[in-house]
Design a protein around this ligand. Sequence first.
Ligand SMILES: Cc1ncc(COP(=O)(O)O)c(C=O)c1O
Length: 420
Amino acid sequence: MTRLWHPFADMAVVQDAEVVIARGEGATVWDEQGREYVDARGGLWYCAAGHGRAEIADAAAAQMRTLAAYDTFERLANRPALDLAERVSALAPFPGGAVFFTSGGSEAVDTAAKLARRYWHALGRPDKQVIVHRRHSYHGMNAYGTSLAGIPSNREGFGMLIPDVASVSHDDPAELEALFTERAGTIAAFIGEPVIGAGGILHPPEGYWATVQELCRRHDVLLIADEVITGFGRLGRWFGSERLGIEPDLITCAKSLTSGYLPLGAVIASERIQEPFWTRPGTLFRHGFTYSGHPSACAAGLANLDLMARERLVERVAEMEQILTAAVAPLRSAPLVSEIRSGLGLLAAVELHTDARAADPGIVDRAVHACRDNGVLTRGLAGRALQISPPYVITHAELERVAAGIAAALETVAASAAAA
Ligand SMILES: Cc1ncc(COP(=O)(O)O)c(C=O)c1O
């Protein structure tokens, strides 16, 4: 029996049923038995540059030999943190962004939510404390992210963590407008993923973000774009905000910043947010983590962004978008499938029929296992869909293998469901 407690796992089942991934190269990974899989999930959405990129490993190792770790509290800095902040700021969809590093996406969400509240406090408006999120959203699993969870099961059993939150529809801005009016003067920020990820890869309806943007401006509410999945190229632009015309005040990001080679997240704060803290001595954002600006993680981030620029991987995502859409389109007529969502970047969901899921709540999990048996690593999203978010280096042929593996898996699952 394992001694590793797996995140989000039913340990009563998983303790004797682990899948041990041992090695990776490009969009392929191998388990300890040497079985080969196409990594259709890109790890947990993070593996942008592909597995086995020696230059990222070499950059991190070189930094570790020079200065593995040093914090950036108060006056201290290190060169990789300074350089990566510069680089991320230059890529951000607004000018002059300041970059606050964290260890991952959940910490970035906590940081952005606290910064939004602290911003209003610094401006003499301490009543603005509520953070608004959307149903179906996922904002990580720290206390803030759990309280902002739009997938109800992710909140279950934890009681009240952070009280000043409110939830609205994920696709109807009218509900947001009503809330902004009803709770005028109390709302600090609205947080949203440009495309909802873990909640099922849900695209925004036409015009959704333009309306949200206008409402936030009119009601003096900060807009936080949670780009932990969409940041650094997933939608075919460096940030999803560019692709969808969002002008956020704060951006949270992580994952593809290092392609997962080392843990690293960040909040990018616009000039508006910086203003009280960067111009008024004595006004501090008293917040931060031991590993904020970790030099080895930042060195990995720099090498990753160099590689993505040199190989034009973000442009490649834009080109592969149609190829992915064409590859998964035939799955619409595969057994159990009700909808395919694709067409925004290297991101797609294969949704299983509500009736099939109601009749057999384990069906998505069984589909995931059957995909693995067919050489495709995917994942269940919010108990409704299969995730496709491969490395940006995936080839046309590998995308075809993903689609064929899923189709075959769904045939098997449907046949066993019919026989039961
Ligand atoms: C949109 C979004 N925000 C936040 C997070 C949390 O990031 P992490 O797991 O690195 O803490 C995730 C993770 O998947 C995410 O998808």
